[in-house]
Each structure stands twice: as structure tokens, then as C-alpha cells.
Design a protein around this ligand. Structure first.
Ligand SMILES: [Zn+2]
Length: 287
């Protein structure tokens, strides 16, 4: 009887978590596109972050987000005076539908090359079916997209004389990628970090995970990398990571340093690491 109650509670919790995720209005709420620094621009929604890098040989886009995000991203790119069809390279933060479901559509519209971290390649190419956690859940499926270049930890993506680095920060997915680049603004070089996701999602098994046995070790590896990255401009896969809605009004009021936040980066990573360690200890004790 107790087992049945537990199973029912678990299923209830899982469907509530899904409902919350799907009905998060900030994911699809339009947000004004704006210049961050150097050749880097924000082109995402209020909470699903997308970034555009403008080079003399075309555009790099990070995060295609949901299928329904594609027209919003397009509007943002065009609103900044660029051509959506100039997107040459498409990158993602990690292979979850809220960051990569729109990839197939963007590739079709632009002919962009899709460059994805090795651990996430099969997931995006199967439209989410091989995800270690959500693979069996049709709500998290999306159109599959072919990967043109497989990235590894430290891979460099280059276009038009510009380079950005892919750091493997796994755990959240096998191929979760944190992007770094240097941008020059008013003669000052600024280290940019776009955090891939250090979060332990509801229902993630950190102990005895049959579909991702090394998950806890991977999170630790990811935090070891995130702890060391030099960061001036703190960004991430979701606006909520770096307080987009809190910082943007300052930027709009003329504060061009609004997104320079090394202390905020350190505090965010420390907080997420603490959350991971707490959940790992809880699951280890329950074993
Ligand atoms: Zn995710």
C-alpha cells in the first residue's frame, strides 16, 4: 500500500513539474534584443536565453530554444539590423528541448552548420529520445537535427576571425556546454561566460543512476571547471541564472557595465554547487 502511495505521489510530482515547465510564461515572453559587448548580442526571450555573435563572415547563434521561439529569435536578430539568413553556425547550451527544439527549423531556414558537444550529439539527432532522463517522455521530444561538427572539451568555434571556446560542464546533460569568449569594449578585454546549466532537475537520480552511472562525478567535473573560469560578463542558458530582468533596466538606463558581474557569477556557481552537494548527500543517505 505504502509503495502504491509513493508511486502515485511520484507520478503526481513528475506531472506537476512538467506542467510548471511547459506553462512558464517567461520562456515565451518576448524580450528586447540588445548589444551586450563587442560583437555579442542578446536575442532570446525573457527567460530562454539566445545569443548572437556578429562576424564579417556571418552570424553565430547560441540556443535555438523552443520550436515556437524561432520567430521571436528571428525578430530579435532582424530588429538589431542583421539578416537571419546570415546565421552560419548554430550552437547550444545543452540538449534539452528549451534550448535546442528550434534547431531543425533554424538549420532549414539558414543552412547553418550545427556544432554540438559529443555527449549531446545522439540526443539532438534523435529529437530527445536518447536523453538519459527525459528520453521516454514524449513531452520533451522535438524535431531531430543533424550535427555537422562534434565538439569536445576545449573545442574552438571560429568564424570571421572570431573564436569562442566550448567547455564540457556535464551532469545536467552528458554534453552540457559552457561557452566562453573575450569581447573588447571601450579598449577593455572582458571575459564572457555563458553557463550551460549546473542545475539538478527535479527527479534526477545522482546515486545509482542506471542510464547515466557517472552523473555525480560529471557534475563535480563541471563545477571544478566553472569554479576556475575567469568571468567579467556573467550570462547563461536561462535569463534567471544571471538576473536578466534585474540587470536589463540598468543597461537601458545607460549603464553599459550592467552585465559585468564577476561576484554574481561566483555566488551563482557556489549556490548551485551547494544545491548539488545537498541533493547528493540526501540521496546518498536515503540509499
Ligand atoms: Zn536543461
Amino acid at each position: 500500500m505504502r509503495k502504491v502511495v509513493l508511486i502515485v505521489l511520484f507520478l503526481l510530482a513528475a506531472s506537476i513539474a512538467r506542467l510548471i515547465a511547459q506553462s512558464n510564461p517567461a520562456w515565451t515572453r518576448p524580450f528586447p534584443p540588445f548589444h551586450i559587448a563587442g560583437n555579442l548580442y542578446y536575442v532570446g526571450s525573457e527567460d530562454l536565453a539566445s545569443y548572437m555573435i556578429a562576424t564579417p563572415q556571418g552570424l553565430i547563434l547560441i540556443n535555438s530554444s523552443l520550436e515556437s521561439s524561432v520567430p521571436l529569435i528571428r525578430k530579435s536578430v532582424e530588429g538589431l539590423g542583421f539578416h537571419f539568413s546570415d546565421i552560419r553556425i548554430l550552437l547550444i547550451s545543452h540538449a534539452h528541448d528549451d534550448h535546442c527544439a528550434g534547431s531543425a527549423a533554424i538549420i532549414k531556414l539558414t543552412g547553418a552548420k550545427y556544432e554540438v558537444m559529443d555527449g549531446d550529439v545522439s540526443v539532438v539527432q534523435s529529437g530527445g529520445k536518447t536523453d538519459f532522463h527525459y528520453g521516454g517522455d514524449p513531452h520533451h521530444r522535438y524535431p531531430p537535427a543533424h550535427v555537422d561538427r562534434i565538439l569536445h572539451d576545449g573545442s574552438i568555434v571560429r568564424l570571421g576571425g572570431f573564436a569562442l571556446t566550448a567547455h564540457l560542464t556535464p551532469g545536467h546533460t552528458r554534453g552540457t556546454t559552457t561557452w566562453t569568449m573575450d569581447e573588447t569594449e571601450s579598449g577593455r578585454v572582458l571575459h564572457v561566460v555563458i553557463v550551460g546549466s549546473p542545475n539538478v532537475n527535479p527527479g534526477y537520480k545522482l546515486v545509482g543512476n542506471k542510464t547515466y552511472p557517472q552523473i555525480a562525478a560529471d557534475y563535480k567535473r563541471g563545477f571544478a571547471i566553472l569554479d576556475k573560469l575567469p568571468c567579467d560578463i556573467f550570462l547563461g542558458a536561462h535569463g534567471g541564472y544571471f538576473d536578466l530582468t534585474g540587470k536589463y533596466p540598468r543597461w537601458k538606463a545607460g549603464d553599459r557595465n550592467a552585465f559585468i558581474d564577476p561576484a554574481g557569477y561566483k555566488a551563482y556557481i557556489a549556490d548551485r554547487e551547494h544545491a548539488f552537494q545537498t541533493e547528493l548527500a540526501r540521496q546518498s543517505a536515503a540509499k
